[in-house]
Write a protein that binds this ligand. Structure first.
Ligand SMILES: CC(C)(COP(=O)(O)OP(=O)(O)OC[C@H]1O[C@@H](n2cnc3c(N)ncnc32)[C@H](O)[C@@H]1OP(=O)(O)O)[C@@H](O)C(=O)NCCC(=O)NCCS
Length: 190
């Protein structure tokens, strides 16, 4: 399986309440609405969006990845309102080791309704079944309890803390590392 085949034409995914699809520049206003919230950006590497131009830049760089057939994320659409409410997907994919890292962000208005769990379930399924991964990884700041809960709900195992591994927003941050292996995913499914 090669990266260009999978990410050259990113498949649209659907769950009960969500559609996961490619992002477009038309999503800029919706993205700015949630990405300009400092609470949303509190535990991520990117800074909250100061103007809609920041959202446009982010979307342009994602669209560039789609065009270059690189590993890229899906936009999350809330079916009920057809609103763009977040992003999730893979940050990188090591073909040699069949492993990739997952990431996600959701608008604060939609937190704690199980929505990211719903989206990540499809992204994990896509990883093991379409990308044929052996290991899916995730990292988060140690104080990001909501993100850890999402990972734990899938049976992802905590592997420990990488101390001061990330320099972001003027500080060194500890990151908690999680992983899920294909054999554990199979066991969970059966
Ligand atoms: C992390 C994030 C995507 C979770 O999205 P979500 O749709 O709210 O997640 P879910 O509702 O599926 O699950 C969240 C879980 O965390 C729990 N939770 C949330 N905040 C919590 C807290 N402060 N303490 C304990 N549990 C908490 C919820 O109760 C829920 O668990 P439950 O289903 O067992 O009740 C969302 O909070 C977000 O976008 N945060 C900002 C961006 C970010 O940090 N991204 C991750 C970077 S690693």
């Amino acid at each position: 399986m090669i990266i260009e085949e999978i990410f050259g034409n990113l498949t649209r995914l659907e769950t009960k309440r969500l559609i996961l699809r490619k992002m477009t520049l038309y999503d800029a206003q919706d993205m700015y609405e949630y990405a300009s919230d400092p609470e949303v950006a509190k535990y991520v590497t990117w800074d909250y969006h100061r103007s809609i131009d920041d959202s446009i830049s982010f979307l342009k760089s994602t669209i560039q990845k789609y065009d270059n057939k690189e590993v890229s994320e899906w936009g999350i659409i809330y079916k009920k309102s057809n609103k763009f409410i977040g992003t999730c997907g893979y940050l990188w994919w090591s073909l040699a080791h069949s492993r990739a890292e997952i990431a996600y962000t959701l608008s604060r208005r939609y937190w704690n309704k199980g929505l990211m769990t719903e989206a990540v379930k499809e992204v994990i399924k896509y990883g093991f079944e379409k990308m044929v991964l052996n290991r899916i990884e995730a990292r988060c700041m140690v104080r990001n309890i909501a993100s850890q809960r999402v990972m734990e709900k899938f049976g992802m195992k905590s592997e420990g803390i990488m101390r001061e591994v990330l320099f972001a927003k003027g500080f060194y941050h500890d990151l908690k590392v999680y992983s899920l292996l294909k054999k554990e995913y199979r066991r969970e499914k059966n």
